[in-house]
Ligand binder design. Structure first.
Ligand SMILES: [Zn+2]
Ligand SMILES: [Zn+2]
Length: 818
């Protein structure tokens, strides 16, 4: 039976390659045959190829999404061809402020808007030819999904990892919600650009800080992109140092307090000439003198209006106020003034620092502005105790002006000074982390309600697991207001409920959880997405997790990837999982730009994937995206470039249709095996662009001089091309007489001995006398052989200048007449 979509004409002529017809045919066939369905229960050699799921925006699929997904799809298809049962699921990260803000902007309810966006995304994703098993799709806004997100919250609550506290938070007055520190950029809301303020709110937190040492240590065991690991290390921010105590009499004079400071430079304590407390520090109250009270209060008020991120910016102008009190430096016994300043944060360390202006740039600037004493306690090469400081000296050297410790190196000084002060009860060695607890409360509508109720009699009561999900009500009035309370609080029929413990009147928690909680466990859900009785089945989870390969954007290097690791560790500790790291291997993909510039709507240079797929075909588009540059770096999309890739596919199409039966010719066979070796290696490393280049190079050999292509020469090339151009590969595979999917055909066997260049030994004579031998590839030409011969010292010493005559007998002899 002839396929009507690929018409054949007379004998000898080959049908034209019609991408649209081929793609439609094979997508339909994949659906009919269940080609992309993964047998999760019985599949052998399971391989979980995960990609970061998209946020289904109203604009539809971005070319960046397709770039990311295609790269993962090629990896998944490659692993399948190599004999794995591959699971390549996809879903939608559809809760959160992006969706909600967009819904507000266009005046539509997110419960109506999101399903439409998802349907559009699904259509575009299917068109992209991904090997996704859609039976396991997840949607974070589906109650069947967020029921288990709430379950995850309850497990962490049970383990004492979820707590509520009043805290200073970043508040966007326009989005009317709390922002994480990383969502504040240059003092502005990352989403809307409004200046961010600080507010005090009761919030739910996850105690991720408790896991900081483990999150850091485990990084060494993971096969992840180095850039991603470095970003996490910096984010966790371990610093080794000491906690020192400085005693200070209270301002009223009737008592004394101990101010704890954390420092990574205890070796410089002799140079601590003043202390700085965060304006919110609880001791500020008792340390502030009557004369200073008004100034201190005004300063504290001003600080409250700032966001937490810009407070830390080191270049900004130093401001601060003296409290009127003095503390005693435990090393020198001297009185040092106590100040408050906004660059010290309550959230980091102890909320107080000892200032060492001689050896810390920020302290130096502060001391200069307020004329505070600056003492040198470290001398570098060529300096001594008296060398003046016109800037902070932060290098190494010997301690000076440091009593008995003078002359010690910085590292030894650290240790010895801490030992000494510890013996006096004034120091304790500590390791500190920059990682803060994760604030998961959002005073918004579009998220899973946090499953907690408050009862007057019983207090805080977790919703029992068998009463999940706490359904997000479909309310028309979902807009946030200025109250700092979620819109859910305005809906009494939802807000008031019965206490699960005593049955009395209780009210619900009205905050919803952070979108990052939805995505911190979705990879656990995919293999069990069809189960409605458990969040994840233990047998299936054991078989399929941890994830073998995870691919995604490096913009998620710290948040999503760190939260996923934390939640996995916590669930492991709660006895729910038998592994504690979710992603064995992670690779960050690069970004694509267009014609040398970042793609943006305002520039009008956004690539519309549909347009290119219409014109060139999906397979050409996929292959071209991978050909733009190294996958982990990205590349520059130029519309003209795609024609070269299409030409390769056209030539492959023609070669298969023209191929004659028969074995591969020797030279072609060698090139074929070299190509198999290179493509196998490259695709395994996600070096897709070089793999494509190797296949193109082989194509040139295959068709050199209009030679007739043999079937054995081209059949393996169809398999190598299959991950990139899956529809065409299936069509050609069928053309070659196979009736099963090419993706179940195996990967071409690489034979090292066939790939090796065949070598012959040439006798080298000078004026007819044998002077040596050289080993060269069998098809070496005269000039190459001559160069190799002249590189032999045994030959070269008989040759000066150009030989007068060269006699070359290929494969046998080279005679130089000099
Ligand atoms: Zn905002
Ligand atoms: Zn109760």
């Amino acid at each position: 039976m002839t396929d009507q979509s690929t018409p054949t004409s007379g004998a000898g002529e080959i049908p034209a390659y019609d991408p649209a017809a081929v793609e439609q045919k094979w997508q339909a066939r994949w659906r009919e045959r269940g080609t992309n369905d993964t047998d999760l229960a019985h599949g052998e050699r399971p391989y979980y190829a995960l990609m970061m799921f998209p946020y289904p925006s109203a604009e539809g699929l971005h070319v960046g999404n397709l770039f990311a997904f295609t790269g993962n799809d090629i990896h998944g298809r490659f692993q399948r061809l190599r004999g794995h049962t591959v699971f390549e699921p996809l879903g939608y990260d559809a809760f959160g402020i992006h969706s909600e803000n967009y819904a507000i902007k266009v005046g539509e309810h997110p419960m109506r808007l999101i399903p439409r966006n998802i349907a559009n995304f699904r259509r575009q994703l299917e068109r992209g030819g991904l090997m996704v098993d859609w039976r396991y799709q997840v949607d974070t806004t589906d109650p069947d999904y967020y029921r288990w997100t709430q379950w995850v919250f309850l497990q962490l609550y049970k383990q004492g990892l979820a707590y509520k506290k009043k805290a200073a938070v970043n508040w966007c007055p326009s989005c009317k919600t709390v922002l994480a520190n990383e969502q504040v950029v240059g003092g502005e809301c990352e989403r809307c650009g409004t200046i961010v303020e600080q507010r005090e709110l009761e919030q739910w937190f996850f105690e991720i800080s408790r896991y900081a040492p483990r999150l850091l240590a485990n990084l060494d065991t993971l096969d992840w992109s180095e850039t991603t690991k470095t970003a996490q290390r910096n984010w966790i921010g371990r610093s080794d140092g000491a906690r020192l105590s400085f005693d200070a009499p209270t301002a009223s004079g009737d008592g004394s307090v101990s101010i704890q400071v954390f420092t990574t430079r205890p070796d410089t304590v002799f140079g601590a000439t003043y202390l700085v407390l965060a304006p919110e520090h609880p001791l500020v109250e008792v340390l502030t003198g009557e004369q200073q009270r008004a100034d201190v209060e005004a300063y504290r008020e001003r600080t409250r209006k700032q966001d937490l991120v810009s407070r830390k910016v080191s270049e900004k102008e130093k401001t601060g106020v003296f409290t009127g009190s003095y503390a005693v430096n435990p090393a020198t016994g001297e009185q040092v003034p106590v100040w408050i300043a906004d660059y010290v944060l309550m959230e980091y360390g102890t909320g107080a620092i000892m200032a060492v202006p001689g050896h810390d740039e920020r302290d130096f600037d502060f001391a200069t502005v307020f004329s505070l004493p600056i003492t040198r306690v470290v001398a570098g090469d060529g300096d001594d105790a008296a060398t003046p400081l016109d800037a902070a000296y932060t290098g190494g050297g010997r301690l000076v002006n440091s009593g008995d410790f003078d002359g010690l190196g910085v590292d030894e000084g650290k240790q010895r000074i801490v030992e000494w002060l510890a013996a006096l009860g004034r120091a304790e060695p500590v390791t500190n982390y920059r990682l803060h607890d994760w604030c998961i409360s959002r005073q918004r509508y579009w998220g899973p309600p946090i499953p907690i109720v408050y009862c007057e009699k019983c207090g805080t009561v977790p919703v029992p697991e068998d009463q999940l999900p706490v359904i997000l009500p479909d309310i028309e009035d979902f807009r946030p207001d200025d109250s700092g309370v979620s819109p859910l609080a305005r809906h009494e029929e939802w807000y008031y409920t019965d206490c699960p413990t005593c049955g009395g009147r209780a009210r619900r928690e009205t905050d919803v959880s952070d979108t990052f909680l939805d995505s911190a466990w979705y990879f656990l859900r995919y293999p069990s997405a069809r189960r409605d009785d458990v969040p994840f089945d233990s047998e299936v989870t054991k078989k399929w997790l941890p994830v073998n390969s995870y691919i995604g954007g490096n913009e998620h290097a710290v948040l999503h990837l760190l939260y996923s690791r934390f939640v996995t560790m916590a669930l492991h500790d709660g006895g729910h999982l038998d592994f504690e790291e979710p992603f064995t291997r992670f690779r960050a993909h690069g970004l694509i730009i267009r014609d040398g510039a970042k793609m943006s709507k305002s520039r009008g240079n956004v690539v519309n994937p549909d347009e290119f797929m219409d014109q060139w075909g999906v397979d050409s588009f996929r292959t071209y995206l991978m050909f733009l540059g190294p996958y982990e770096q990205g590349g520059d999309f130029r519309s003209s470039g795609i024609s070269g890739v299409r030409r390769y596919l056209d030539r492959l199409w023609a070669s298969v249709h023209e191929a004659e039966d028969g074995d591969a010719e020797d030279g072609v066979l060698r090139k074929l095996h070299q190509t198999i070796g290179k493509v196998t290696d490259d695709v395994g490393r996600l070096s897709y662009n070089t793999a494509i280049a190797a296949m193109m190079e082989y194509m040139n050999v295959l068709r050199a001089g209009e030679r007739t292509v043999r079937r054995a020469e081209v059949e393996p090339l169809v398999q190598l091309t299959a991950p990139f151009a899956p529809h065409m590969a299936e069509e050609l595979w069928e053309q070659l007489g196979h009736d099963r999917s090419i993706f179940d055909s195996g990967w071409p066997e690489f034979d090292q001995s066939l790939a090796a260049e065949e070598v012959v030994r040439l006798a080298v004579q000078v004026n007819g006398k044998l002077r040596g031998t050289i080993d060269v590839p069998v098809d070496t030409d005269r000039d190459t052989a001559l160069a190799a011969a002249l590189a032999e010292p045994g030959v070269a010493k008989f040759v000066t200048g150009e030989p007068r005559k060269v006699v070359f007998v290929p494969g046998r002899l080279l005679n130089l007449v000099v």
